[in-house]
Every structure is written in C-alpha cells, then in structure tokens.
Design a protein around this ligand. Structure first.
Ligand code: SF4
Length: 164
C-alpha cells in the first residue's frame, strides 16, 4: 500500500521509548502555532513510498524496539498506518503513535488502528504550554497514554514507564 511520507528516521531515540523506526507521515490540517514540522502539513507534499519497503527496513534491523507513527497527522492515512502497525506488532515490536486528536476525539474510522498501538501521544501542540523538559512530547497538554489499559478500563491510563 502506498503511504505519503514527509520522511523516515530508521533509528530514532527521541520519538518514544528505546530505538524506534519513525515514520513522519505527510499531511496535517491543524496548523498549530509553533509546529516543529510545518513541512509536513501539505496534503500533497512529501513523497509516496510503499509500506512494504518500510516494513522490510524494520524487519532487517534487530536493534529496533518499535515503530513510531508521527507527522503530520497519522490518522489522515489510517489504512496505511493500520497496515504498518499490524505488521510491526507481528514482528514482536511495539507501536507508538502521535496524533493531534485527543484520545476521546479519535474518530471511529481510526479505532482499528488503536488495536495495534501500544502508546498514543495525544493532542495538538499548544505553544503556550510548550516545555522543553517534557519527555517525548512538546507541550504539557499532550498525554502519553497506555492504549490497551485505557481501552480496557474505559478511562485514560498513562503509560506506566513514563516519568517525565
Ligand atoms: S498536529 Fe502536530 S503536525 Fe499538525 S500542526 Fe499540530 S504540531 Fe504540527
């Protein structure tokens, strides 16, 4: 399946826990003030790649802990995001996903993605709440959510290893 990306980082140490393959997905309609990745906004920007190419690169690297879907807004290409997340879980790796939606706002069409996401960093970046000391997120409104526990308990449960 084709996916429109702004870029790929084969080994990232800042987009979640451990060593991660980060997919910066192209396209975001929010235009948050102070966004760090404005080049990811245009829906027709970036480039198209095949998800199989990404999966082959992930499979080849035994050092990876997981995949991070970020952007841009990953939920705008939910089918491709689902395919990557599902395959990566089958490799035995974990999946983090960043989104401008809050957990409560995630649209029904994106719920299948959450089946294969371990950690969701939710909410749009808010410049007035920007804090450089925060781990894995840009502003303090964003939460690092344990998706499985949150869905099981029907309330927000923060990622237990999160210390920031
Ligand atoms: S949601 Fe993320 S990518 Fe989109 S404008 Fe806001 S900070 Fe930028």
């Amino acid at each position: 399946m084709l996916i429109r990306i702004a870029g790929l980082v084969p080994e990232s140490f800042v987009d979640g826990d451990g060593i991660r393959y980060a997919v910066f997905m192209q396209g975001c309609l929010r235009h948050c003030e102070g966004c760090h990745n404005p080049e990811t906004h245009a829906l027709d920007g970036g480039r198209l790649v095949d998800t199989d190419e990404i999966l082959a690169a992930i499979k080849k690297n035994p050092l990876l802990d997981g995949l991070t879907l970020t952007g841009g807004e990953p939920l705008l290409q939910v089918d491709a995001a689902c395919e990557l997340a599902h395959a990566v879980k089958n490799f035995g790796l974990n999946v983090w996903c960043y989104t401008g939606y809050t957990f409560e706002e995630i649209p029904a069409a994106a719920q299948p993605l959450l089946e294969n996401v371990d950690v969701l960093v939710d909410g749009a970046f808010v410049e007035s709440l920007r804090d450089l000391d925060l781990q894995f997120r840009g502003s303090s409104n964003q939460r690092i959510i344990d998706v499985k526990k949150s869905r099981a308990q029907n309330k927000i449960v923060l990622w237990s290893e999160f210390v920031g």
